[in-house]
Write a protein that binds this ligand. Structure first.
Ligand code: ZN
Length: 402
């Protein structure tokens, strides 16, 4: 049953009296989780130390503490390459390397953080003042076509899989691939992956997948699903965002959309500006050669991309623009199906919330708009952890039957 928002949060009492102390009190009281950052990529670099406050990147353990963030999904991000045997093998090896590095590095800062495996762990770690680091796999490409690898990655600590990234893979069609759909949604192998994830108690992440793939997932998953970092298409037309129909279906499934802080998912870009034109040009150039690119060629692309971005900085949307997306989901399906997934270190960052230390600014905006403490606790983690526990309990039921 969908609860229509009879009590519109915008009908705020006057919050002109809102103090910093009040914002921090409410923020600290919530068990907070951000379900998506790409920080493990930084952790592979020698000059980046997640245990210290860095000048680069948007996430590290000290800044998580400053921002009152109790838990975070560190995504093991694997970019999609042509699906040859060699590429699949390297994707699989790289996923293992990134997991091993992340676990080892977090292990060195045991007083500040720990690797979390169950929904329960975040609460336990919060009580001891440590950050809970969960692992997600962004892109099912490293699975190849081997179903047994789902359990293998589960045993290594992976708790969600984002089924694909920007291009179609063997699991499903992507929302961003310009090629025509390959499977018309989920493939046969993709269906087996969904069933296996349900059995193991692994969360299914529908961010990046095509609309048809999404509806296929919803129709067969026995457990609620998440979009770990997606926003609202009614407010920004990007194909990575979710339509109102998708959000309604997600709510009926009991799942949650974790609103992403990436500028183009929050506000439609100004298509007339130079930066937008250059980005499009470079993407087209990349798409044309990506399957034949050497490591050096890829590095050159990355360098050119970074330099262009530095030369033409973006006019970023604000925290208020961001909270409009939360408002939209609440007005559509109620308070129980929305949360926060930054995509920090993967493109996320807004004016007023450009790294993990600035998260209380979202809480301030929610309070200003009249959201209650209880609502805010749901947005910051209550909704996500409800889904996580449900995924775990469904898996326990499935295994008790076999
Ligand atoms: Zn992503």
């Amino acid at each position: 049953m969908i609860i229509m928002a009879g009590v519109w949060p915008g009908s705020a009492q006057n919050r002109a009296d809102l103090t910093e102390k009040e914002v921090l009190r409410v923020h600290e009281k919530s068990l907070t989780i951000d379900t998506h950052c790409d920080t493990p990529m930084n952790m592979l670099k020698r000059n980046f130390d997640v245990g210290r406050r860095n000048n680069t990147g948007k996430v590290d353990l000290p800044r998580m503490k400053e921002g009152g963030l109790d838990a975070m999904f560190f995504a093991i991000f694997i970019s999609q390459q042509a699906r040859t045997e060699t590429n699949t093998r390297s994707a699989y090896d790289l996923a293992h390397e990134m997991i091993d590095t992340t676990v080892a590095v977090i292990g060195r800062y045991g007083d500040l953080a720990g690797i979390a495996r169950n929904a329960e762990d975040a609460l336990i770690m919060e009580k001891s003042g440590r950050r809970a680091i969960y692992l997600g796999l962004e892109n099912g490409f490293p699975l190849g076509k081997e179903l047994s690898r789902v359990e293998e990655f589960y045993r290594k600590g992976i708790r969600y899989i984002t089924l694909c990234h920007s291009y179609h893979n063997d699991i499903c069609d992507s929302s961003s691939d310009r090629a025509k759909p390959e499977h018309n949604g989920l493939s046969h192998f993709g269906r087996l992956v969904i069933m296996e994830m349900n059995r193991l108690g692994m969360i299914i992440d529908v961010s990046h997948i095509s609309d048809k793939s999404f509806f296929d997932v919803i129709s067969i998953s026995l457990a609620p699903v998440i979009a770990s970092h997606s926003s609202v298409r009614a407010l920004a037309r990007h194909q990575r965002n979710m339509s109102d129909d998708m959000i309604r279906a997600l709510a009926r499934n009991g799942g949650v959309i974790q609103i992403c802080l990436l500028d183009e998912y929050i506000r439609d870009p100004d298509v007339n500006n130079e930066r937008y034109r250059l980005e499009r040009e470079m993407r087209e150039k990349y798409d044309a050669v990506k399957d034949t690119l050497s490591e050096a060629g890829l590095a050159a692309f990355r360098k050119e991309w970074t330099e262009m971005r530095e030369k033409y900085p973006k006019d970023l949307p604000s925290v208020a623009d961001y909270v409009d997306h939360i408002d939209h989901v609440v007005s559509l399906v109620g308070i129980n199906h929305v949360g926060i997934g930054s995509d920090f270190d993967g493109g996320g960052g807004l004016a007023g919330c450009n790294d993990v230390s600035e998260f209380p600014n979202i809480t301030r905006e929610l309070l200003k708009r009249g959201y209650s403490e209880n609502d805010i606790a749901k947005i910051w983690g209550g909704n996500f952890f409800r889904v996580f526990r449900k995924v775990e309990s469904i898996a326990a039921k499935i295994s008790s039957k076999v």
